[in-house]
Design a protein around this ligand. Structure first.
Ligand code: NCD
Length: 335
């Protein structure tokens, strides 16, 4: 695999490899000196045409911890505001020699275009395209679930685990990537949303669909292992998708009462940024079973793994065996 554009690019073995390498990366991040020389001399460009806090910082930290040179480009304040196209921006960056381009763009499909139109020779990583996909978010979510829900996680998938993904599925690239990856990893997904916030064609997705949050949390689809809340993406809404904020929270918001319906081991997740008081209450977000802050931490290790496998590993995400310099990573040969 040369690029990571969709969660569906990964088969089960490849996805498990990313999670296992991310575990090794996480172990290096507990050391006093967090930096590895693995990508020394390589250049990673972060190309962000859309606002981002977590994802941009996370990719930057990941690339820097691997000693890559990092160029951060954000559309605001650049020639994009003068009308320069994705193509010309990409060609400019290509002229500077990018080994990897991490791209976030409001148009679904922009990273595919970048990867396949020959505008860059680098590996393209989709960091969120429109309402389409966000594969590294799905990987960090799966990594977080595996840590909490699977004993002896290394080498394991999420077979048999049950995950509810709740809220604004229509505008969520996180939901689509999660459904695809969780399905690949053997988990069972139920999407919970009002009918107005489900995309056309959702019946073709490899998951169940429910309109009833209380019934789902109470076990109507079997005991849940994880509940992932999605942000209501007001900035992508050009019409009214629900009667009122109050009504949305009442039917689809996660609050303390609803958390109380869950089995003890179930984790509460959210990719951030949160609308506290809308899709999730403060007490649910800050409860001991919330993994929301940990998801951000795990994002760095997962993105280190993705950059490592695309740039330093064999160009293929080899399904079998550890990466070539695993010894260096695990035995602390490297600083
Ligand atoms: C998500 C995104 O940008 O798609 N956030 C993220 O990457 N952490 C979800 C969102 O914006 O609601």
């Amino acid at each position: 695999m040369r690029h990571l554009l969709s969660a569906a690019d990964l088969d089960r073995a490849q996805a498990v490899t990313v999670l296992d390498v991310a575990e090794q990366m996480a172990a290096t991040q507990r050391r006093e000196i967090k930096k590895l020389p693995t990508l020394r001399g390589r250049t990673v460009v972060n190309l962000f045409f859309e606002d981002s806090t977590r994802t941009r910082i996370s990719f930057e930290a990941a690339a820097k911890r691997l000693s890559a040179d990092v160029i951060n480009f954000s559309a605001k304040g650049s020639s994009v505001s003068k009308g320069e196209s994705l193509k010309d921006t990409a060609l400019t960056l290509e002229a500077m020699g990018a080994d990897a381009v991490v791209v976030r763009h409001p148009a679904s499909g922009a990273p595919h275009r970048l990867a396949h139109a020959g505008w860059t020779r680098g590996a393209v990583v989709n960091a969120g395209d429109g309402t389409h996909e966000h594969p590294t978010q799905a990987l960090l979510d799966a990594f977080t679930m595996r840590r909490h829900l699977v004993e002896n996680a290394t080498g394991a998938d999420l077979a048999g685990r049950r995950v509810a993904v709740v809220g604004d599925v229509l505008h969520s690239r996180v939901a689509r990537s999660n459904v695809l990856l969780l399905n690949t990893l053997g988990a069972h997904v139920v999407l919970v949303a009002p009918p107005t916030l489900l995309p056309v064609g959702v019946e073709g997705w490899p998951c169940e669909v429910s309109y009833d949050l209380d019934a789902t949390l109470a076990g109507a689809h079997g005991d849940l292992d994880a509940v992932m809340m999605l942000r209501v993406q007001a900035e992508r809404m050009n019409a009214s998708y629900f009667p009122s904020v109050r009504e949305y929270s009442r039917r689809y918001g996660l609050d303390a009462r609803r958390v109380g319906l869950l089995p003890d081991h179930t984790v509460v997740m959210h990719p951030g940024p949160m609308n506290r008081g809308l899709e999730i209450s403060a007490d649910a977000a800050d409860s001991p079973r919330s993994t929301i802050v940990e998801q951000v931490t795990n994002g760095v290790a997962v993105r280190m793994a993705v950059l490592y496998l695309l740039l330093a590993g064999a160009r293929d995400l080899a399904p079998a065996g550890p990466p070539a310099d695993e010894v260096a990573l695990t035995e602390g040969v490297l600083p």
